[in-house]
Design a protein around this ligand. Structure first.
Ligand code: ZN
Ligand code: MN
Length: 478
């Protein structure tokens, strides 16, 4: 019998906010254990949570990016469960009126385009983190992560292969990075994905027994987990190797297997209950409109515009539209220098090299685009040589500076004094009769060697064409 896989995803995304969702503790990663805590996020009796407005901004933002309907009155509920990393014994989340519902995300795979329906997007708080210490055989709790804001994006069971899941997650990541909702970095845990999976005979409209898998830390782990779990389900159905039960399973990427964790709770087990301490959030027209107006152009719209309006190659447009930060910098640089190809080249090769060297991603680019445009103009106008411009660019990554002023201070301004250039050319040529002879005997490389020596003497501050011509003229006149 042929089987088909039915997959729905729950994706948790940590939002890019300064503070936590219901208190003013920092939401930043990487502090000392239990440094970012207060009575509210530690669930002390009598604490009163207050909703972080920026979390609602980002929740709406995500909802709009995924074509959802925004609930103009959105409320928070208690999801009760008992676990040591959850001090209040309930998670404050959204159940009855989540911020966004009924969206779609269009994905593209080798089989063409497909719409994946979004059931809902809700805002909620993260739990703390258990830290196991094998040496002393104890477990301690770090509450820094409690109440860090999350959005959970719940899809309908519209996905049917690992390939579609990867396309869906990449699409989500791209849209949410563009909207500056989150960096969505799976390896750092700011994007986590639970896979609900079942199989059924092809063409059947009845869903099979569903299992939920957790603990996949990369796209490739998700692919392996889906392939393993699909095979396990089919084997159970075909050969009766085991009885499938609805449960939550933990993926072990090293063993390449999933293991039963707990029987799947149903919604009833969580006793969802409106949280009386958190006021309903009413989104008025002004608020709604301001978020709508702040939405970015979709990456593929930008890509098409870069090709059509700016004449960029598909490759350049692809590279730039990987990252909102690159796009923003490119557009600001273009506005200044009006040369799209130059701006794209500087960003894709030079700026990316500098970022790579300091192990940063394109999204971490903080370069001032207008200043980059000014630097490009200095080069195009022949005022600064390319080699020196690259040195200026490196300095621009360290501090905000005016490229023209900095070039002046560093002595990077190209000299138009042909007399001075000629004098240096004559000295270099006189000192290297061998290269001159080689060149006269047809060795083009020898000219390049002389050219390099002159450029070094001139500290790069010379128009290469002017130098080339003076050099040739000088040798020809010998
Ligand atoms: Zn707190
Ligand atoms: Mn959740």
């Amino acid at each position: 019998m042929k089987y088909e896989t039915v997959i729905g995803l729950e994706v948790h995304i940590e939002m890019a906010t300064e503070s936590k969702i219901f208190c003013s503790c920092s939401a930043k990663f990487g502090a000392e254990q239990n440094e970012h805590v207060c009575p509210a996020c530690c669930g002390m009796p009598g604490m009163l949570p207050v909703v972080n407005r920026h979390v609602v901004d980002l929740g709406m933002n995500a909802g709009m990016m995924l074509n959802c309907h925004i609930n103009r009155t959105t409320t928070f509920d208690k999801k009760s469960y008992y676990y040591p990393d959850l001090p209040s014994s309930y998670q404050t989340t959204q159940w009855f009126a989540p911020v966004a519902v009924n969206g779609t995300v269009t994905i593209e795979t080798a089989n063409g385009k497909k719409d994946i329906r979004i059931k809902q997007i809700h805002m909620e708080e993260d739990a703390g983190k258990l830290v196991h210490d094998d040496w002393t055989d104890t477990t301690l709790v770090d509450f820094n992560r409690t109440s860090v804001p999350l959005i959970e994006i719940v899809s309908q069971p519209d996905l049917s292969s690992a390939e579609e899941v990867v396309a869906y997650l990449e699409r989500l990541r791209s849209l949410l990075r563009f909207a500056k909702v989150s960096e969505c970095r799976m390896e750092q845990g700011s994007m986590r994905c639970d896979v609900n999976l079942s199989v059924r005979p092809e063409g059947s409209d009845k869903l099979g027994v569903r299992t939920e898998m957790k603990n996949m830390n990369s796209l490739s782990a998700i692919v392996r987990a889906i392939e393993y779990e699909t095979a396990r389900h089919i084997d159970a159905l075909e050969n009766g190797t085991e009885e499938l039960v609805q449960e939550t399973r933990r993926w072990d990427d090293i063993k390449g297997k999933s293991f039963a964790m707990r029987n799947k709770e149903t919604a009833g087990d969580y006793r969802y209950f409106p949280d009386p301490n958190v006021m309903p959030v009413v989104i008025d027209d002004a608020w709604y409109d301001s978020i709508k107006a702040s939405l970015p152009e979709f990456p593929e719209v930008k890509r098409a515009r870069y090709i059509d309006a700016y004449g960029l190659s598909e490759y350049d447009a692809d590279m730039l539209t990987q990252s909102r930060a690159l796009c923003d910098c490119f557009e600001a640089a273009y506005a200044e220098c009006k040369n799209a190809k130059e701006a794209a080249n500087w960003l894709i090769s030079d700026c990316m090299n500098i970022l790579n060297k300091s192990q940063k991603t394109a999204d971490q680019l903080t370069l001032d685009g207008k200043a980059l445009g000014e630097l490009i103009l200095l080069v195009l106008d022949g005022k600064v040589g390319r080699g020196n411009a690259k040195k200026i660019l490196i300095a621009m990554f360290d501090e905000k500076l005016d490229p023209a002023k900095y070039a002046e201070e560093q002595g990077f301004i190209v000299s138009n004094d042909t007399g001075a250039i000629e004098a240096i050319v004559k000295t270099v040529v006189a000192a290297d009769p061998k290269s001159v002879a080689d060149y006269k005997n047809g060795k083009e490389k020898a000219l390049m060697a002389l050219f390099g020596k002159c450029m070094r003497e001139l500290k790069g501050n010379c128009d290469p064409q002017v130098l080339q011509k003076l050099l040739k003229d000088t040798i020809d006149s010998l």
